[in-house]
Design a binder for this molecule. Sequence first.
Ligand SMILES: NC(=O)C1=CN([C@@H]2O[C@H](COP(=O)(O)OP(=O)(O)OC[C@H]3O[C@@H](n4cnc5c(N)ncnc54)[C@H](OP(=O)(O)O)[C@@H]3O)[C@@H](O)[C@H]2O)C=CC1
Ligand SMILES: O=C(O)C1=N[C@H](C(=O)O)C[C@H](O)C1
Length: 269
Amino acid sequence: MNDLPGIVITGASGRMGQMLIQTVQESDRARLAGAVERPGHDWIGRDVGEAMGGAPLGVTVTDEPLEAFARAQAVIDFTAPAATVEFARLAAQARAVHVIGTTGMSDEDIAALEPCARHAVIVRAGNMSLGVNLLVQLTKRVAAALDEDFDIEVIEAHHHHKVDAPSGTALMLGEAAAVGRGVDLREVADRGRDGITGPRQRGDIGFTAIRGGDIVGEHDVLFAAPGERITLRHVATDRAIFARGALRAALWGQDRKPGQYDMVDVLGL
Ligand SMILES: NC(=O)C1=CN([C@@H]2O[C@H](COP(=O)(O)OP(=O)(O)OC[C@H]3O[C@@H](n4cnc5c(N)ncnc54)[C@H](OP(=O)(O)O)[C@@H]3O)[C@@H](O)[C@H]2O)C=CC1
Ligand SMILES: O=C(O)C1=N[C@H](C(=O)O)C[C@H](O)C1
């Protein structure tokens, strides 16, 4: 045990869970304090390092999140919406910073975070990378500079395991474009074209989701007008960028008042 902030990783066996464990383990600014999986998971009771196929890390995977959170300063959570809502309640009870990377959350899920944020810091973002959060700012500026002669389309591509669409990042980019243009995304989003759709509505913000293979995450924001096009693009090639951002958020959150924050706050963009 040392004085470094202790971090618990939920969804420890997942793609992001394992990347987060490796990132915290390699950091000299934080220590791995716990690893959580759901009841019945075959990693429960095993050393998390060994379960990942490596050396023991001295942390046993547990299905008792509150007990783990109470011994830590932060929880990094890239799981699923229902699990994240429950973890938010428990992290608030433990007064631990809750970093949420989970996407696909409904309006009701997001509303359920509000009471938790009265007791603990929540940092939530559909993408924790520096590059994407910069792209969000750029999208806002470009959308503000252009009129509706420029059709805005957000195109995203991910691996074939991904369960939600559009991606959390695509929704962040769509929201940034809408804010830049001074419109409400809910009124202009076009999320599912199929069949005889009729011509594109002026002012719509369209979304397209590609799913295939092992694509880590690619996002384009296309501004298309008669005679010219602008594309803003981010390509993720390594999930480590998300894990590094999440750890940065967990450390940043240590000195903050309870409330809800995002990566723009963390990165000071
Ligand atoms: N914000 C960001 O920067 C990023 C966000 N993401 C998001 O993170 C989430 C996870 O992605 P990824 O790692 O690829 O997905 P995985 O399916 O690989 O991992 C999800 C993990 O969460 C676990 N889990 C689900 N429900 C529970 C529960 N009730 N209790 C405990 N554990 C649970 C799963 O366990 P089990 O296998 O048993 O179901 C699994 O281990 C997605 O929403 C994704 O979009 C991903 C990358 C970056
Ligand atoms: O599920 C993923 O993998 C990713 N999800 C996030 C999203 O929904 O935008 C972030 C990243 O693109 C990877």
